[in-house]
Design a protein around this ligand. Structure first.
Ligand code: SF4
Length: 259
């Protein structure tokens, strides 16, 4: 734990750094192991790793939430990134007992039943493991972009969220989304220009169908050119939910968490 106060004054100081790589580098210099990039291995996440290494941070802390239901290609990508950048990507896994209880009470495929059960599965497999990592952080760097959905367009580049630790203590945490204002095409151009390893499924295109967003295997499908970006996630809810409601719960605002 260091003594840097997480407050509006800190945000104002950091807002003066416009370059995303420099911003992250400054955060790693200030907070060391108390800062980390959380990524699921999509376009923006791999770009962030490249940018911070180029900005002079040789071993940035990087983690992913391993729901134990990820695509094999996702693990391949993490191995490639580890090799190229000489980093170790931490895997935050769900609690085995919590999964056992969930499956015993609701079955393996509970997420098909209702939005509430999908959120419960995401809580056990994603949100709780992510929260355990946040317990060890002062700075959470994420790859959200405003163009991903209306809900995500409200995300601030640098924000303070209230993190509730496992021990019940609530404390401020800096949530930073360096590429919030970048559109997908710009991120793809950066990735391609810098020869960054990318998820093989994101490269695939067949008869106009492609993956625009990736999560767990069963809950992720490709989208057609006529569909919105998150239409492939939890597709069976498409008749009742738009992209703004296609979330796993990782990025709820403090207000949403308390409602
Ligand atoms: S994406 Fe699907 S399988 Fe993965 S945690 Fe959420 S509901 Fe469960």
């Amino acid at each position: 734990m260091n003594n840097i106060k997480i407050d509006q004054k800190l945000i104002e100081k950091l807002e003066e750094i416009s370059d995303p790589g420099e911003l992250m580098a400054e955060l790693f210099r200030m907070f060391g192991e108390r800062a980390a990039i959380g990524t699921s291995g999509q376009w923006t996440g791999v770009a962030l790793i490249d940018m911070v290494v180029r900005a002079g941070i040789s071993a940035p802390r990087v983690y992913t939430v391993d729901t134990l239901r990820l695509f094999p290609e996702t693990y391949d990508l993490f191995r490639e990134l580890e090799k190229k950048y000489n980093i170790k990507i931490e895997k935050a896994a769900p609690d085995f007992d919590a999964i056992s209880r969930m499956v015993r009470d609701h079955g393996e495929s509970l997420f098909f039943d209702s939005k509430a059960k999908q959120e419960y599965c995401c809580k056990i497999r994603k949100v709780d493991p992510n929260n355990k990592v946040l317990d060890t952080l002062d700075v959470w760097i994420t790859g959200l972009r405003a163009d991903q959905s209306n809900a995500r367009s409200q995300t601030k580049r640098i924000d303070i969220i209230q993190h509730k630790q496992q021990d019940g203590q609530v404390r401020p945490l800096l949530k930073v989304t360096p590429l919030i204002a970048w559109i997908e095409e710009k991120v793809k151009e950066y990735v391609s220009a810098n020869d960054i390893p990318i998820h093989k499924l994101l490269e695939m295109e067949r008869d106009g169908w492609h993956y625009a967003s990736l999560g767990c295997i069963i809950c992720t499908t490709p989208i057609g050119s006529h569909e919105t970006r998150r239409a492939g996630r939890w597709r069976w809810f498409n008749h009742q939910l738009n992209d703004d409601h296609k979330e796993c719960g990782l990025h709820l605002t403090d207000k949403e968490k308390s409602s």
